[in-house]
Design a protein around this ligand. Structure first.
Ligand SMILES: [Zn+2]
Length: 280
């Protein structure tokens, strides 16, 4: 799933290419693509796209009266669409612009069909669904605030980092990379991390996000997950680039926690299933 660096760099590319383009029409291509009934997308017809912003893992297409909040989920993409095929593969919705500006097409490959668009009043952007439930931005959170949130919600830190209500913008890949950089076990409980843990994790978030942004900004399009820079994510069995120990995995349905035992768990290898005594 694209995370904060991928979404941020994509928002910057779209702003560079589409800011000022006049919206002609918004066309849902499936019944589930548009998640809201009010306000109507046509409030933005004839008006220029001011910018494409970001909050958490959402893209925000901002027109003066309304913002289109776009969530790509796992396999979604917001693509420049020069062809405008009648039935584009995986097509969910299309933004048509006036003149010779190409369209923007929201696609979602696979069968999940969870990508979508919310049309919200511009002034209510942050207080309307789906953005109203998001925690603070991962890239700018301060250590004291993260420490307070760790204290308030006691759970495994890997799950905390992936929960958008706790902190917004981090997914499975960044959670693995951040905890490796911070030298914190993915299964540590947040309440035990204290101020030092929060300090280390904030520093690690900033480093991992900066690395991801630098890579993503060097591209013309959004990367796929296998291309993204990293030290442990998706590297089960490879040597840890910090200490040389073997990168390990604990696999859940749908995702994998990667970690380095020497760097993160005092050398303990966690059993690769969720019923291990160690994990309870
Ligand atoms: Zn290591």
């Amino acid at each position: 799933m694209p995370e904060m660096p991928e979404i941020q760099a994509h928002a910057e590319r779209l702003t560079a290419d589409f800011a000022g383009a006049t919206l002609q029409r918004f066309v849902p291509l499936t019944f589930t693509a548009l998640k809201t009934a009010v306000p109507s997308p046509d409030a933005a017809y004839g008006l220029p796209l001011e910018e494409v912003g970001r909050r958490g893992k959402y893209l925000l297409l901002r027109f003066q009266p309304v913002t289109f909040v776009v969530h790509l989920m796992q396999g979604g993409r917001l693509l420049v669409d020069t062809k405008q095929a009648a039935k584009p593969r995986g097509g969910q919705a299309r933004f048509l612009f006036a003149g010779t500006v190409p369209a923007l097409l929201l696609t979602e490959q696979g069968t999940e069909r969870r990508a979508g668009i919310w049309c919200v009043a511009r002034g209510d952007e942050q207080t309307s669904a789906p953005l109203d439930k998001l925690g603070p931005e991962a890239a700018t959170i301060e250590p004291a605030e993260l420490a307070a949130r760790f204290e308030a919600t006691n759970m495994r830190v890997h799950g905390f980092l992936r929960d958008q209500r706790c902190i917004a913008g981090i997914g499975r890949r960044l959670a693995n990379e951040v905890l490796h950089r911070a030298k914190v076990s993915p299964f540590a409980m947040t309440r035990k991390l204290g101020a030092d843990g929060a300090d280390a994790i904030v520093a690690a978030i900033r480093e991992a996000v900066a690395e991801g942004l630098e890579y993503e900004r060097s591209r013309d399009d959004m990367s796929s997950s296998k291309d993204r820079p990293g030290r442990v994510h998706g590297r089960t069995g490879e040597p840890c680039p910090v200490c040389g120990d073997t990168v390990r995995a604990v696999t859940y349905s749908g995702y994998t926690v990667n970690y380095c035992p020497t760097c993160q768990t005092d050398g303990k290898v966690l059993a690769d299933n969720t019923t291990s005594k160690f994990l309870k």
